[in-house]
Design a protein around this ligand. Structure first.
Ligand code: NAD
Length: 494
């Protein structure tokens, strides 16, 4: 296979390509003049130079957000809804440009990037609708002459940190509810994919958000010290982080000195279980979707595929057939189904997981090779059988296009295997037995269960994990709760 042609289409609106950070309503460069490079994962070529901000500039952004909070918290929920709705319209109006940016900096196929923009926009629409519904309660008092009500107020300045795998949707999933609640924001853009975040900020200005309400910090080598500032600065009242479990644990420790409100959306290691009584074709189609989307780089990706004895061989063979039909290539090639991994470290981890499984007795049905002829970060989508629980794919999130298939005999055995994990984000299973469906859905130690479907992400459904996948819920009617505090007000003398 030749190197991908990979022609980046020109943006219709060139002002959405922004090589600057965004503080207090201004796009700015670093005072030091330092920059870092953003590269195209399909070619490793530099595509942008972005300011390497410092702790001092992060403090300026935090101060700007604190100043803006004084008036933004007093805006009417319907005024915030109008701004969010305008932002939603602008995101959709600029969908093609935003998708182009996602493919450029993240590598995912343009069709997936377009879907991501729609998904990202949905959070703005959803939380525009939620903003006027920040209801409180009336509560019977234990004191005869008293009455109690509760109100929900914005928590304050929020620090948001997001990963590169969904450069737009991870941002709007946090900003939508924060803004709906009346909070102001300091967001640290992912170093690999800041362009999408900055383009969204530009559209937010056009939607009417006042200066200082949204601030975007950009950094690569300074990430850890900026993260520490966001965690320890007492002006930030809430930290919402999506990323790896290890970084989540570090940030939680750092936040303890100021006892911030926290939401952590961390790593997963999703079990995908297929029982003998399942519709095998539907299970194969779902496994292809939820294992290989974004080349396996989503937190809800199936990581451990458990198939019951009676249908194991037919499932594995059909899964391998499906994977053989993939077209791996540059994200702008219209027939590409799967793009590159984000960088060489990701390729290295995938390779290690495959080699570890093979050394312990697994067998490759398809794939298992680094596709260097396509570009530095391409890895062939892979199906491996003969998996056992001593292999790294069982215990670690691979975050790559490797489907490891395990064989099991009984329901109890597979539930124990599925729960044998320190993390618990998503879990999938296929069965036609209604009793089993309830039992297994209740037994899986995860925050989200998908039954007879490979789709678990939906703006209407609460998104989040248990165990070391973190806590807090995004999207859904619960999303704004993460950005509000409940205040009780007791009225006496009645
Ligand atoms: P990561 O933890 O390395 O980085 C995530 C973000 O945190 C990036 O913006 C990064 O710049 C920043 N960061 C890294 N170290 C930091 C520090 N010391 N202080 C402050 N910020 C810091 O994760 P990643 O490799 O970019 O993303 C992949 C991980 O994210 C996977 O584990 C995946 O499962 C997880 N993820 C979880 C969800 C979810 O909703 N649960 C969604 C997407 C990704």
């Amino acid at each position: 296979m030749p190197m991908s042609t990979h022609v980046v289409p020109p943006l219709k609106d060139k002002s959405l390509f922004i090589e600057a950070a965004f503080i207090n309503g201004q796009f700015v460069q670093a005072a030091s003049g330092k920059t870092f490079e953003v590269t195209d994962p399909a070619t490793n070529k530099a595509i942008a130079s972005i300011p390497e901000l410092t702790v001092a500039e992060t403090k300026l952004a935090i101060d700007a957000a604190a100043e803006a909070f004084k008036s933004f918290r007093k805006t009417l929920p319907r005024e915030r809804a109008t701004m969010l709705r305008k932002w939603y319209d602008l995101v959709l109006a600029n969908k093609e440009d935003l998708a182009t940016l996602i493919t450029w900096e993240n590598g995912k196929p343009i069709a997936d990037a377009r879907m991501e923009v729609s998904y990202a926009a949905e959070f703005l629409q959803w939380f525009a609708e939620e903003a006027p519904r920040l209801y409180g309660d009336t509560i019977p008092s234990g004191v005869r002459t008293n009455r109690i009500v509760t109100i929900r107020q914005p928590v304050g300045v929020c620090g948001l940190i997001t990963p590169w795998n969904f450069p737009s949707a991870m941002i709007t999933r946090k900003m939508g509810p924060a803004l709906a609640a009346g909070c102001t924001i300091v967001a640290k853009a992912p170093a690999e994919t800041p362009l999408s975040c900055l383009a969204l900020a530009e559209l937010a200005i056009r939607a009417g958000f006042p200066k200082g309400v949204i601030n975007i910090i950009t950094a690569s080598t300074n990430t850890a010290v900026i993260g520490e500032e966001m965690c320890t600065n007492p002006t930030i009242k809430k930290l919402s982080f999506t990323g790896s479990t290890n970084v989540g644990k570090l940030l939680m420790k750092q936040c303890s000195s100021t006892l911030k409100k926290l939401s952590f959306e961390l790593g997963g290691n999703a079990p995908f279980i297929v029982f003998d009584d399942a519709d095998v074709d539907a299970a194969v189609a779902a496994a292809i979707l939820c294992k290989f989307r974004t080349s396996g780089q989503t937190c809800v990706c199936a990581n451990r595929i458990y198939v019951q004895d009676g249908i194991h061989d037919v499932f594995a063979a059909r899964l391998a057939d499906g994977v053989r039909e993939f077209k791996v290539g540059g994200g702008y090639d219209q027939d590409t189904t799967h793009g590159p991994l984000i960088h060489d470290r990701a390729v290295g981890k995938v390779h290690e997981h495959v080699n570890d499984a093979l050394a312990k007795g697994a067998e490759v049905l398809v794939g298992g090779t680094h596709l260097e002829n396509l570009g530095p970060n391409f890895y062939q989508p892979t199906v491996i059988t003969g998996m056992t629980k001593d292999m790294r794919i069982h215990t670690e999130e691979t975050f790559g296009p490797i489907a490891g298939v395990f064989r099991f005999k009984t329901e109890k055995e597979v539930v124990d295997l599925a729960n044998d994990s320190s993390v618990g984000l998503a879990g999938y299973f296929f069965s036609s037995d209604i009793g089993r469906i309830w039992r297994v859905a209740e037994a899986l130690e995860v925050g989200m269960v998908a039954v007879n479907t490979g789709i678990v992400s939906d703006v209407a459904a609460p998104f989040g994990g248990v165990k070391e996948s973190g806590f807090g819920r995004e999207g859904s009617k619960y999303g704004t709760e993460e950005y509000t505090v409940i205040k009780s007000i007791t009225f006496g003398g009645i």
